[in-house]
Design a protein around this ligand. Sequence first.
Ligand SMILES: Cc1cc2nc3c(=O)[nH]c(=O)nc-3n(C[C@H](O)[C@H](O)[C@H](O)COP(=O)(O)OP(=O)(O)OC[C@H]3O[C@@H](n4cnc5c(N)ncnc54)[C@H](O)[C@@H]3O)c2cc1C
Length: 324
Amino acid sequence: MILAEIKSGKPDRHTLDLLGGARQLADAFGEPLGAVLLGSGVREQAQALIAAGADRVLSVDDPLLGDYQNDACLAALQAVVGAHRPQLLLFGHTPVGRDLAPRLAFRLEVGLAPDCVAIEPGQQGACRFVRPVFGGMCSAAYVLSGRPQIATVRPMAMSAREPDPSRRGEVTDVAVALDGGSLRARFVERVKAAAEGVRLEDADVVVSGGRGLGSAESFSYVEELAEVLGGVVGASKAACDEGWISPDRQVGLTGKVVGASLYVAVGISGASQHMAGCSGAKCLIAVNTDAEAPIFKHAHYGVVGDYKKVLPPLIKKLRELKSQ
Ligand SMILES: Cc1cc2nc3c(=O)[nH]c(=O)nc-3n(C[C@H](O)[C@H](O)[C@H](O)COP(=O)(O)OP(=O)(O)OC[C@H]3O[C@@H](n4cnc5c(N)ncnc54)[C@H](O)[C@@H]3O)c2cc1C
């Protein structure tokens, strides 16, 4: 079973990825895959979850679930999970998943594996949960006792299937009596962050700069490459800490996790904490003066050289190719 999250009137990308990965686990165990849908007026999203791999959608529709309020969601989720007792319950490692999963695990007195990058099916319904530890330097594998086994899954760790709109499944409305008076924390207001362009997490192409750029002004090289590739600009923590670029551009363990098709790392050494945010990229290109820099162990293509010499001809060539 997974917890679905609905954003802007449709299942969000992480939910679709989670369904893709959970489908494989359900098939490995020969079990059906359920999706819990909590919200107000969200029932019509059930078919999108089925198309993405769910066999069954358990929908709890209540005005108290319209905006995320953890007491209300927890009560609804506990009721659904208590009634259906899934073998495995997956959340995205999203703000909602990170908030709800440990509370539910505590209430049910079962184990929790947070921020998993892989979940492997084992014997008799047990899974092996793999997650990075020590800032991404090592991986640890866990087994959990109790039912359900609960885990949160790092964004991009699983991949969505091609949606199949003809897939059929079961949609069950679950009635849960929620008491507005018992909510200890209430939703008050949603304030949208001023966002310009595509979010780093959603970008298909990301060009990131690191300390090797040497100054805030030198980010213009990275910006120009990003612009010609139709991508967005990211950065290492070191570059953000220097104040060369806004901290919301940081990629990595304590920054954003990107799932780009193309990630270009310029003047970035490739510390494990940075790689935690970009290792899911399908193609990684590194530009670095140091041939021994760890980034080259991860890069699909690498250029050993000074970015001031490498980037201008590359940008020129790309512009030429684009204009043809
Ligand atoms: C708990 C914790 C969390 C962290 N979270 C993050 C995180 O989320 N994201 C993150 O990025 N880091 C994070 N870090 C920091 C991380 O460990 C590294 O310190 C950081 O990523 C280094 O950034 P950098 O590669 O830009 O700088 P450096 O490691 O200093 O590397 C600069 C690179 O630029 C190259 N270079 C120099 N001049 C040029 C040139 N002219 N042309 C081309 N290349 C050149 C150098 O050879 C070098 O490899 C975290 C650390 C900790 C302890």
